[in-house]
Design a protein around this ligand. Structure first.
Ligand SMILES: NC(=O)c1ccc[n+]([C@@H]2O[C@H](COP(=O)([O-])OP(=O)(O)OC[C@H]3O[C@@H](n4cnc5c(N)ncnc54)[C@H](O)[C@@H]3O)[C@@H](O)[C@H]2O)c1
Length: 352
């Protein structure tokens, strides 16, 4: 029987979730949607032919016997909406970041465990062919021991606008919005080591930069005079329990030549860059670069569909969930520690 689906938060990313569910054919039935902006729920329902739409998740969950729910709201509502759905007996796929902080994330994980339901986090980059190829090479020993990694997600002019700049709705700036993707992906590829110590710094020197037209990326909720109470640049060094260190940099606005993003993994046998996907090593007493011929990329639509398929397959007991609540909690521990370190100027030990 088809799993009954509900979508909470009907803005930009809810379209990617819908595309994923639609690609699942008869395995799912989209039954209801809701948004605190009722017009958005109505528009989304009309666009996709959804019969039941609401201005809050509680009525949606009460009126419909849903099996699975996607939480696609602003970050400040991830915990509330996920917990409500889990308590109503639904499996939940919650967008990244899992929550505003570790405390909220732990409550979500507890709600999933108490109700015996799956809580998956939308770390879509885990679904990429680049991630799978990197893990394959690492497992086979081609990189040797990975002791250092460097992850960047830098925009020269890419404040998305709207709620992304309001710390009460987002929980932070480029670190929690962009950095979260590359920190999680780094951890995932390195075998999910646990973070132990973090040193971080954040800056708000350039601000929204909304007077410059044609930036890198803008959300659906752009306004003329945006609130900007978040950082515009974050940088951090994260030490894991296996001794490896990850350096991360994420910006909405930064005076660099070109926006860029990559993760480099440095092993004692070879280094690996994800974009472009290349290995750096030595061969016959010479330095050598290896460019594998196989496909090893990240494709947003393809991999978003894979994420939804992984969620549904995991709910049906046919696959292992690739991005668990535990992973979401570890990520929130890292983000909390970066923000605390940035505030105090001191390194922060993560205690569990
Ligand atoms: N996985 C990715 O690559 C990716 C990409 C973009 C956004 N996201 C994440 O998706 C989430 C939404 O981002 P977006 O770009 O779609 O934002 P958006 O503003 O376009 O849409 C969010 C919607 O949630 C609604 N909402 C807020 N609180 C709500 C609540 N309590 N109940 C119901 N609806 C509520 C808002 O009215 C809005 O329509 C964020 O957490 C963001 O980090 C993930």
């Amino acid at each position: 029987m088809a799993l009954k689906v509900g979508i909470i938060g009907n803005g930009g990313i809810a379209n990617a979730h819908m595309d994923g569910y639609l690609s699942m054919g008869e395995e799912v039935e989209i039954v209801a949607c809701c948004d605190i902006n009722f017009q958005k729920a109505k528009d989304y329902a009309e666009k996709y032919g959804i019969k039941n739409y609401y201005d809050n998740c509680y009525d949606m969950l009460k009126d419909n016997q849903l099996d699975v729910v996607s939480v696609c709201t602003w970050n400040n509502a991830h915990a509330e909406c996920s917990i409500a759905a889990l308590e109503a007996g639904c499996h939940v796929l919650c967008e990244k970041p899992m929550a505003m902080n570790t405390e909220e994330a732990l409550k979500m994980k507890e709600a999933a465990e108490k109700n015996g339901k799956l809580l998956m986090i939308g770390f879509v980059r885990r679904q990429g062919l680049d991630a799978a190829a990197a893990i394959d090479y690492i497992k086979k020993g081609y990189l040797g021991e990975i002791y250092y990694a460097k992850a960047t997600y830098l925009r020269r002019c890419g404040f998305p606008g709207g709620w992304f700049g309001d710390v009460t709705l987002s929980g932070g700036g480029p670190l929690i919005d962009l950095g979260v993707h590359v920190i999680d992906l780094s951890r995932y590829i390195m075998g999910n080591p646990k973070p132990v110590t973090v040193f971080g710094a954040t800056f708000n020197k350039i601000g929204a930069r909304s007077h410059i037209k044609g930036g890198d990326w803008q959300s659906e909720t752009v306004v003329e005079e945006p609130v900007f109470t978040v950082e515009d640049l974050a940088t951090a060094m994260i030490r894991f329990d296996n001794g490896a260190v990850l350096q991360v940099e994420a910006s909405f606005n930064l005076n660099l030549k070109q926006s860029c993003g990559d993760i480099n993994f440095f092993g004692d046998k070879a280094g690996l860059s994800l974009s472009p996907f290349e290995l750096y090593t030595e061969f016959n007493n010479q330095l050598a670069d290896i460019i594998p011929k196989g496909k090893a990329d990240f494709d947003f639509q393809r991999d978003f569909r894979k994420e939804i398929k992984n969620f549904i397959d995991a709910v049906n007991g046919k696959a292992e969930c690739l991005a668990t609540a535990e992973d979401g909690v570890e990520l929130m521990r890292i983000l909390d520690a970066v923000y605390l370190s940035a505030k105090t100027g001191k390194s922060v030990d993560i205690v569990r």
